[in-house]
Design a protein around this ligand. Structure first.
Ligand code: BV8
Length: 224
């Protein structure tokens, strides 16, 4: 059975990582326009950098939860028939045992050189933009896909969705595209679709089945 899983901030919520749109959401603390757009980074790089530095620093205080661990087990069982794509930029899937994680919106733990495009590990709180190890230019930015930028690996993701037999969406509000459109795309190509979320998402009507509850409970039950 070819299974594609899409995750969002809700899968990390029980680990203590704030989601974007729930009551204490990240966006609450910052207007989206203030931090998650290339224009914001051009206008106020230090504010944007501090927003990501704070989230990166917070990673050391959180642990993967049973939902991350269950998906790590599922990858072990299904091997190449399993494809995990996440909108999250945290590293909890990897720390929960997943070895092939496709971060369509980038990762907190890496930086991108705006001059040469080289990706490098982000070491420590670097508000002062160290020079790129590749070209020496001081043009590093968070390796994160902002609004208006094209998500990573889109061609691969669409190809995998066309071949999926089961598409499962876990812990996402279905508020942001193109990720929010994956369910309809997968269903159009014959996949069965399942939503596991604390509450019905904006796209819940597009799923064949939708189960409500915390991911830490729903995902291990579904996997096992
Ligand atoms: C693009 C990285 C072109 C940064 C993020 C009008 C219509 C349609 C689209 C658009 C439009 N106007 C503009 C657009 C495009 C725009 C968009 O969709 N805007 C929205 C606001 C309408 N999209 C883009 O710009 C994207 N790029 O379109 O390029 C293109 C595309 C394809 C091919 C060619 C060209 C780029 C968007 C990426 C933005 N970057 N993140 C960072 O992290 O700081 S977005 C960010 O929010 C996330 O990555 C995620 O994608 C998105 C949604 O967040 P969620 O993960 O769903 O989290 P949220 O808080 O919203 O929801 C949490 C859910 O979990 C809730 O449902 C809750 O109930 C549930 N939950 C909570 N606790 C639990 C739980 N579930 C289970 N268990 C729990 N314990």
């Amino acid at each position: 059975m070819r299974v594609v899983v899409l995750t969002g901030a809700g899968i990390s919520a029980e680990s203590g990582v704030p989601t974007f749109r729930d009551a204490d959401g990240l966006w609450e603390g910052h207007r989206v326009e203030d931090v998650a757009t290339p224009e914001a980074f051009d206008a106020q790089p230090t504010v944007v950098q501090q927003f990501y530095d704070a989230r990166r620093a917070a990673l050391t205080a959180v642990e993967p939860n049973p939902a991350h661990v269950a998906l790590g087990r599922l990858e072990e069982v299904l091997g190449d028939d399993f494809y995990l794509v996440t909108q999250n930029i945290d590293d909890l899937h990897e720390r929960g045992g997943s070895s092939r994680v496709h971060h369509m919106h980038g990762e907190l733990r890496s930086a991108l050189c705006r001059a040469c495009g080289m990706r490098t590990e982000w070491t420590g709180d670097l508000v002062d933009f160290p020079p790129c190890p590749g070209c020496g230019v001081t043009e590093l930015r968070p390796d994160v896909v902002w609004f208006g930028e094209i998500p990573y690996e889109m061609d691969t993701i669409l190809g995998v969705l066309r071949r999926a037999e089961l598409f499962v969406s876990i812990g996402t509000s279905g508020a942001v595209y193109p990720a929010a459109g994956f369910v309809q795309y997968a269903a159009r190509h014959g996949a069965r679709t399942l939503e596991l979320n604390l509450q019905p998402s904006e796209g819940t009507s597009f799923f064949h089945e939708s189960r409500q509850g915390p991911a830490g409970l729903l995902v291990p039950t579904w996997v096992d």
